[in-house]
Design a protein around this ligand. Structure first.
Ligand code: FAD
Length: 469
């Protein structure tokens, strides 16, 4: 049987940060990753010299420590990007984050009157259940603005009615935003003392976020860490009190090996981790794990023979007549993402469930559909298509259903029986975290283990998120 002391499952931001901290302390971690490169959902893909994120990844944080880590690793290779990301609705671009005057000017007089009346009505009559996404946004923006700017996109993302979605997601992503705040910001522009409350600028590595993780990988290896790529953990054997060994499958050959481990640091999705335990947990734990769902993400990446389509880094597609939810334009993130002049690379983003019909469509069909939609909404014509490819990401978004906190609590409690298993990261905590939170959860998990602090990784991003998506 193979042996390792400290095994890290996953080379995404959380696993990489944990491995970095362990390696710094001389603990020689072994990192097992089912993909062939580091970065997890933050990795950068190279397609014929064109660089693509898995959905654009802004580097933006309120943590001084993470900012310092990014600067130390990237130095001068980090760009400061002025954010432009508008909503595309009824073939018009609306500023996003929403801007008071822009929004009402583009909606037109009739729609604006309806929106204001609806806002007052919903606010003062306390319309909607504030515990749901639907109710929370309705109270803060009114029914009309909710329908125009939030409902369609949110239902595309989550694949369920907003009334079944917990308000936690709205609180995490929209906290601090309301029509009152938009008006205040708009008036502050006139007063020239506008507070910097919205994320208007972000950092971005010149050649995409993957470069940060490649450099971190080199540092970890230099300090004694080892990476094994294309390896999937399919089971964890326990003796009832601790994990004893892991069953590791080679993704290419399917061959399985057993690996004895002293400590398991896991960033695998929480319900997947719990389900991989042998012997199996009790029925109520398995039931809770089945109820925790993830939304998957599929992106059709294309290279077009056209110089410039729009100046935004990304666009939210609110058009109800297409499935597409967002469009990334990578040359607007960094010019180095596109190697040739006169070309544009786009990421056309869709949300779906793993193994549904959409997920299982052939790459050719998806490419064809995406180009049809792009043409239909008037962004680009299919005659400009040079080439493209499709990426599918399972477990991309933990779904905040109305019961998820209870189910997470149950799994968390169960895992606490195993003294040497630590779960962290976005999927591992079942928390809608950004990469900065994931990095912090990795650093803190390692420090807790090393005896350098007692951090509660489960509450890392409370009060730490930037305000909107
Ligand atoms: C479309 C999209 C856009 C985003 N945009 C931003 C943004 O702009 N800014 C930002 O900061 N964050 C953004 N995020 C969030 C960010 O991607 C995550 O917070 C971050 O990637 C989480 O890191 P993680 O290490 O916890 O998980 P992941 O990135 O999911 O990494 C987990 C790793 O573990 C591996 N793994 C899982 N199970 C196993 C197993 N059984 N065996 C072996 N390996 C396994 C996976 O292959 C993966 O590499 C975005 C997310 C999405 C989906």
């Amino acid at each position: 049987m193979l042996q390792a002391k400290n095994v890290v499952i996953g080379a995404g931001p959380a696993g990489m940060a944990c491995a970095y901290e362990l390696a710094k302390a001389g603990r020689n971690p072994l990192i097992l990753e089912l993909e062939n490169q580091p970065g997890g959902i933050c990795r950068t893909l190279d397609f014929q010299g064109y660089l693509f994120d898995i959905g654009g990844h802004r580097f933006l944080t309120r943590s001084k420590e993470i900012n310092e880590l990014w600067s130390a690793v990237m130095g001068a290779d980090m760009l400061k990007v002025k954010r432009l990301s508008r909503i595309y609705y009824h073939r018009k671009f609306f500023s996003y984050p929403l801007k008071f005057f822009d929004t009402f000017a583009k909606l037109g007089a009739m729609e604006s009157v309806k929106a204001v009346a609806s806002l007052l009505w919903c606010k003062y009559r306390e319309i909607g259940d504030i515990k749901t996404f639907d109710g929370w946004v309705t109270r803060n923006f009114g029914r009309e603005l909710y329908k125009v700017f939030f409902k369609n996109y949110t239902e595309k993302v989550w694949g369920m009615p907003c009334s079944n979605l917990s308000a936690d997601w709205a609180m995490q992503r929209l906290r601090g935003l309301s029509v009152k705040v938009l008006l205040y910001n708009a008036l502050s522009v006139i007063r020239k003392d506008r507070p910097k409350t919205l994320a208007e600028e972000f950092l971005y590595p010149r050649t995409g976020p993957g470069e940060f993780f490649r450099r971190l990988q080199a540092a970890i290896q230099e300090m004694g860490g080892t990476f094994a790529w294309g390896k999937k953990i399919v089971a964890i054997k326990t003796d009832g009190e601790k994990a004893v060994s892991l069953i590791v499958e080679d993704c290419r050959s399917g061959k399985r090996e057993e690996l004895e481990a002293d400590t398991v640091f896991s960033t695998a999705p929480l319900p997947v981790l719990v389900n991989s335990l042998i012997p199996k947990p009790e029925e109520d734990v398995l039931e809770a794990s089945k109820k925790l769902k993830f939304r998957s993400f599929l992106v059709v990446n294309v290279v077009l023979n056209v110089d410039n389509l729009f100046p935004d880094q990304w666009i939210y597609v609110q058009e109800p007549d297409v499935k597409m939810a967002r469009i990334q334009n990578y040359k607007n993130w960094s010019p180095e993402m596109v190697p040739a002049t006169g070309r544009t690379s786009l990421g056309l983003e869709y949300f779906c469930n793993e193994n549904d019909d959409f997920w299982k469509s052939s790459d050719m069909d998806l490419m064809d559909m995406a180009m049809t939609e792009l043409e239909k909404i008037g962004i680009a014509s299919r005659e400009h298509l040079i080439n493209g490819f499709v990426v599918r990401i399972p477990h991309a978004y933990p779904v905040y259903s109305m019961h998820y906190t209870e189910d997470v609590k149950k799994l968390r409690g169960y895992l606490e029986h195993f003294s040497n298993v630590r779960t962290f990261g976005r999927g591992g905590l079942f928390h809608y975290d950004n990469s900065d939170h994931a990095l912090l959860s990795g650093l803190y998990t390692a420090r807790n283990y090393l005896g350098n602090g007692q951090h509660d990784v489960w509450s890392i991003n409370e009060n730490m998120s930037y305000m909107e998506s």
